[in-house]
Ligand binder design. Sequence first.
Ligand SMILES: CC(=O)SCCNC(=O)CCNC(=O)[C@H](O)C(C)(C)COP(=O)(O)OP(=O)(O)OC[C@H]1O[C@@H](n2cnc3c(N)ncnc32)[C@H](O)[C@@H]1OP(=O)(O)O
Ligand SMILES: O=C([O-])CC(=O)C(=O)O
Length: 373
Amino acid sequence: MVEKNTGAGLRGQSAGQTAICTVGAEGNSLRYRGYDVVELAEQSTFYEVAHLILHGELPTAAELEAFRARVDGHRDLPPALREVLERIPASAHPMDVLRTGCSFLGNIEPEGDFSRQMDVAERLLAALPSMVVYWYRYSHDGVRADTDTGEDTIGGHFLHMLHGTAPGDLERRVMDVSLILYAEHEFNASTFTARVCASTLSDLHSCITAAIGSLRGPLHGGANEAAMDMIEQYASEEEAVADVLRKLEAKELIMGFGHAVYRLRDPRNAIIKEWSRKLAELKDDPLLFAVSDAVERTMKERKNMFANADFFHASAYHYMGIPTKLFTPIFVMSRVTGWAAHCFEQRANNRIIRPGADYVGPDDRSYVPIGDR
Ligand SMILES: CC(=O)SCCNC(=O)CCNC(=O)[C@H](O)C(C)(C)COP(=O)(O)OP(=O)(O)OC[C@H]1O[C@@H](n2cnc3c(N)ncnc32)[C@H](O)[C@@H]1OP(=O)(O)O
Ligand SMILES: O=C([O-])CC(=O)C(=O)O
């Protein structure tokens, strides 16, 4: 008989060291290279945080300008990549589009020597938003969207390309905060995927492509889309509460709740929740926020469970007119910084990642020729 695997999902086990990020000894806080994410979300910009994660330190004013100029200068897409994107149907999931786009870029702009790893990371940071919106606008509206938006933030660039007009200041700031919150999270599933790939000394495009595939699932990054699919069904708070209670009774998962490492709260939730509230006010459209709030209260009261980073991202993105299927790609646009930094860290002190396994299959037996079976 197979015994219950108490170490399932490697939960609670250390799989190595990192200097990039920690959720703290209590698993209740989040720090990027020592800086509290709450402080970063209040005071910094995503470009500063991306520099911190990729280059190890917050930039000086001159370093920030140089970094921004390098990244912004990489937004355009080569014609061969545009052709590939134009062939992908509107029915595709944009996470699959990013997976293909990232992989294709690895063919036409290969990393080659690892000394080019930072160039590749900065190129991907700039190109992924252009890639996903270029495909979206072409496949859905027949428009070849201009990658030259003149926007000086990555979130602003994404919204401008998507809607064809400059976003408002609130939307620009919400996108920047969202990208800060999603940038890095220690040994989560997609980052660990990237590190396993890096540990074979593979190229950075392969590591990031693998990580995109891992983030796509609804138990990880895909939860922001799954949360939206749920909350948009409810016409009132009462309807939301009744349906969540029914789901809990049926032992269904409520997407956007629970966490593999946090036990009391996800520190990112209160931040994005507040921005979602501000957007609801700005748009004079309180329903989705009220429904989300009711779901959060019900989960706390009935299950003692808290919302994770994904839950209020759903309403926040929706208020900014972002189609649901582009939610998880925004996570990619940010987390590419964390993934790349982890690959660099793995490469700097590498040993191939290859855990053991407890064998629970049949005892030894002899081969039986096919005619005798
Ligand atoms: C940015 C991010 O990636 S954050 C995560 C995003 N994912 C989600 O929101 C998906 C919904 N949540 C989940 O599926 C899980 O909470 C995960 C995947 C995040 C963590 O999984 P685990 O570490 O295995 O969860 P954990 O051990 O805390 O689960 C304990 C119990 O709570 C239940 N539970 C966990 N999450 C939920 C949920 N969202 N809704 C209802 N019940 C839940 C589990 O089924 C389990 O019940 P059991 O003891 O009867 O089997
Ligand atoms: O750490 C995790 O398991 C998931 C998560 O919150 C993240 O990747 O941001």
